[in-house]
Each structure stands twice: as structure tokens, then as C-alpha cells.
Ligand binder design. Structure first.
Ligand code: BG6
Length: 475
């Protein structure tokens, strides 16, 4: 593997702690990091080499939903040796002179985990010291959401980026696109001939997309209170889930073709301003760094349609939130019931529809809920799951973390699972009108399924939210 420098602005940020450092550890363990590479951590505070090692050690031992395996001393040591730390002010050119001395030229990845307001200083300074140009190697930039806070600011940021980098250098990261379980939807749909012909309005009754978390905002109040659930996960992760589940087959498996199909879906989503509900969990306003009169939502539910022939008039219900009853993220494609009721038994379960579930997490799976005959003398039906379960062995860490996948893709220069400018803008164009009608959220009980208004949203249409089942693919 070619050597490269990974420069991380904001090494002490929450996102780096939660995702990037654990992924670098995994990559080191799997031999995916070249021996002669360098990882530069940048932040304001002063840190000695020992402080940095302690910080990395602590970070890897923090409780982490997605990274639960053992930290081996020899792997940690190898990783630590690749790290060096630079303290300084992002606005200050000296920092970039120091950086230039540290990494020289060659292949570089910049990973920005800083406030978007600071991006301009980073880009300006990189340009001043000539570190944004691809002279003796490639130079790539990874930036995270939020890419802007609405359509206008996203456009401005996309334009700003082009002043310093070319589009093929810009890797806009939505970690959901790096999830193995999301990427597998494309394989499931387009590598198998049997399912694609039934994923359309003739066979589908509706689609549900759910991302529930049973935990609150933790120590992220400062960030979260400014954005709320719809911008935090709704503008990005959930729309991408929808795009993966509904996009047409790309002409080929390439960045351009796959991205083009995702964008077509995103551009055709209808923002229904009277079909959105905002909720806030009880006690949210007492969380650290949250305004005592905060009107920020920690839950939203909405209904939408895709304006295309394939899904014409098929309702799509989306919900996401924090401090709910369960942690589960999934897409459910709910099929129409058979027209002829052959098994006219009372209360025998004939009314249960078939559901295709893409379970993103936990119990990662693709399952098809079907009706079968309960063994015995009577005709009684029971729902069962035809299931594909990921072989997850916690010791083997079978599913690569999204950040690991996306870092590997960045090293390879493959942008298939990154967002391009038009994609981000389409997402904002859908969300902006919904944000505009955002009212004070209704309070819901922690540990519930969210506010009753969200139930009413779907029940008005004679449907129900599906409770994420833990019955399949149990580890
Ligand atoms: C992040 C959001 O982008 O995604 C968090 O900021 C959310 O609020 C997280 O919890 C969900 O990601 P995952 O991978 O834990 O499902």
C-alpha cells in the first residue's frame, strides 16, 4: 500500500473519539495501514507524546456501541508510533508551516472534525503553504456532516470547496454509506434477480424507515441543541437509507452511475409540510449545554412520496429519535396482502403482510417476513422469517466499521460511497421546507416509542409503525 499522511484537524473531538480512532486501530490490526505512514493529530491544547498516547488509550477504552472488542497492546503500540501531535490555532499560518515540515509532500488525506466556520481558515492556510495541490502525490479531503445548515449554506460551502480542491479530491462523508449492511442492499437487490421485479407500486403497500436509539444526547448538547434530530440524522443517514432501498439499478457499478441513481431519488422526494411531527424527550432541557427553554426536537416522524412511476402513490414513513424504547435501525418494505383470502380462518394471522426488512443494526440482517402453516391438524398461520444473518463474531469483528471502509475507499480514491455536491443539496432541498414549519416539539416520555402524534400520522392512513423485531438473527 502506498504511504500517506493522515492529518486530523480536531483530534480531540467527539466524532474522532467515537469513530475515527477505533477504526484506525482496526485498520492497524488488519494490516491496512502502511508501516511508513504518519497520522498527525491537530488540536488547540498542548499535549506531550505521552499525553497523546494516554489520550488514544483512553479513547479506545471508552464505552463504544460499535467497537466492543479487545485492545491488544502490540497493535496499540504500533498504531501509537504512527501518531504525532501538533497543537495550534487553526487560523494561524505557523501551524501549517509546522505541518508542512512534519509531513513534507506526497499523498495526504485531510480529515476535518472541526467547526464548519473554521473550514475557510484551514483551506486558506493549506493553500498558502501549498499543501492543497497534488504535486508529488494525491491530496484528498474528508469532511463530515453538517455540510451547511440549509440549502443556501450547503451551496456556499460546496462553492468554497471548489476554490481550493477539485471535486475528485473532496470526500463528503456520511458514515451510513460506509455501513456494510447498507451497501449490501445494493447487492441484495441488483445481484439477485428475484426481488427487484416486486419492489414497485404493484406489490408494495408502503415503506417504513426507522432509526431508534434508546440513549439520549450524552455530552453533545452544545452541538445537538443547535441542530435537532431532523438535521442530525434525517437530512443525511435516513435519506440515504431510503435512496439505497428505492434507487433504480445503476447502469454499472461506478461512482458516477451509483451516485446518479441516489440523486434521482433524493431530488424526487416530496416535502409534505403538514405530515411531519417533532418530539422532545422528557428531561432533554436539563441535559448539559442545552438551553432551558430549548425547542430542539430529539425525535421526528414524517411521511413522503417519491415522484416517479415506480413508487407512485406509495407512502413512505420515516421516524428517528433518541431516548426511545429500543435501539434499532431498519428499512421495512411492506407488501400488499394477497387479493384472495384463501385461509378464511378467524384470528389465524392471515392479515399479516409480507415484509422485507433490511436491518442495519443491531441483529444485522436481511429478512423476509412470510406466513407459514403452524404444524398441526388445524390450518393456522404464523409469521416466520426467511433470514440472511451476518456472521458476527465479536472476537473476529466480522463487519468492518463504516469509518474503516470509508477510509480505505478514500485511500483508493473511490467516491462511490461518498456524497457529491448535488446530492447534499438535494437532501437540503427536501428538508428545508420541513424545518421551516418546525414548531415547538411535543414532549414524549423517555423509554416510549415517541409521541402519540407520530402514531396518529401513520394510523390516519390505516397503518401502524412496525415494532423492530429482535426475533431474528439473534447473536
Ligand atoms: C450521527 C449522529 O451522525 O449518527 C448521532 O450525530 C447518531 O446523533 C449517530 O447517534 C447514529 O449513528 P450510528 O452509526 O450509531 O447508528
Amino acid at each position: 500500500m502506498q504511504p500517506f499522511s493522515l492529518v486530523t484537524f480536531g483530534i480531540t473531538s467527539n466524532i474522532v473519539q467515537k469513530y475515527l480512532i477505533p477504526s484506525l486501530y482496526d485498520m492497524e490490526e488488519k494490516g491496512l495501514l502502511p508501516a511508513n505512514m504518519i497520522i498527525v493529530g491537530i488540536a488547540r491544547r498542548q499535549m506531550s507524546e505521552k499525553d497523546l498516547a494516554d489520550y488514544l488509550h483512553q479513547t479506545l477504552h471508552l464505552e463504544n456501541l460499535h467497537h466492543k472488542h479487545e485492545i491488544k497492546a502490540e497493535v496499540f503500540q504500533k498504531l501509537c508510533k504512527k501518531f504525532c501531535y501538533l497543537s495550534g490555532e487553526i487560523e494561524d499560518r505557523d501551524l501549517y508551516e509546522k505541518l508542512k515540515k512534519t509531513i513534507g509532500e506526497g499523498n495526504i488525506i485531510y480529515y476535518l472534525a472541526t467547526y464548519p466556520e473554521l473550514y475557510k481558515y484551514v483551506f486558506d492556510n493549506l493553500q498558502k503553504v501549498g499543501l492543497n495541490k497534488q504535486k508529488s502525490g494525491w491530496v484528498r479531503l474528508m469532511i463530515e456532516k453538517p455540510i451547511g445548515h440549509d440549502l443556501l449554506s450547503a451551496k456556499e460551502l460546496n462553492e468554497l470547496l471548489l476554490n481550493y480542491f477539485t471535486e475528485d479530491q473532496i470526500f463528503r462523508l456520511d458514515h451510513y454509506l460506509g455501513k456494510e449492511t447498507l451497501q449490501n442492499i445494493l447487492t441484495f437487490r441488483f445481484a439477485n434477480g428475484v426481488f427487484e421485479p416486486i419492489i414497485n407500486k404493484d406489490h408494495i403497500d408502503h415503506i417504513q424507515i426507522t432509526a431508534l436509539e434508546d440513549f439520549g444526547i450524552g455530552k453533545r448538547g452544545g452541538y445537538y441543541d443547535q441542530v435537532g434530530a431532523l438535521k442530525d440524522v434525517g437530512q443525511n443517514h435516513l435519506l440515504q437509507m431510503l435512496a439505497f432501498a428505492t434507487m433504480d439499478a445503476p447502469g454499472e457499478f461506478s461512482n458516477e452511475a451509483v451516485t446518479r441513481e441516489r440523486i434521482k431519488i433524493l431530488k424526487n422526494l416530496q416535502s409534505l409540510t403538514d405530515k411531519v411531527v417533532f418530539g422532545q424527550y422528557e428531561g432533554y432541557i436539563k441535559e448539559e449545554n442545552v438551553a432551558p427553554d430549548s425547542a430542539t426536537e430529539t425525535f421526528y416522524a414524517l411521511k413522503t412520496y417519491i415522484r416517479n412511476e415506480r413508487f407512485k402513490d406509495i407512502p413512505i414513513y420515516i421516524r428517528a429519535g433518541k431516548k426511545l424504547k429500543k435501539t434499532a435501525t431498519e428499512i421495512s418494505i411492506v407488501f400488499k396482502k394477497p387479493a384472495n383470502r384463501l385461509f378464511k380462518c378467524f384470528d389465524c394471522g392471515e392479515d399479516e403482510p409480507n415484509v422485507l426488512i433490511y436491518r442495519i443494526q443491531p441483529n444485522e440482517a436481511i429478512v423476509f417476513k412470510i406466513l407459514t402453516k403452524l404444524p398441526g391438524h388445524k390450518v393456522k398461520l404464523q409469521p416466520e422469517y426467511m433470514q440472511y444473518c451476518y456472521r458476527i463474531d465479536p472476537h473476529n469483528h466480522y463487519i468492518p466499521d463504516p469509518y474503516e471502509r470509508l477510509l480505505v475507499d478514500t485511500i483508493r480514491g473511490d467516491q462511490t460511497f461518498f456524497n457529491d455536491a448535488a446530492e447534499i443539496e438535494a437532501q437540503w432541498a427536501f428538508v428545508d421546507p420541513l424545518i421551516e414549519v418546525r414548531k415547538k416539539p411535543v414532549v414524549y416520555q423517555a423509554g416510549s416509542w415517541g409521541p402519540k402524534e407520530a402514531d396518529e400520522l401513520i394510523e390516519k392512513d390505516g397503518r401502524k409503525w412496525l415494532e423492530p423485531s429482535m426475533e431474528f438473527c439473534r447473536i
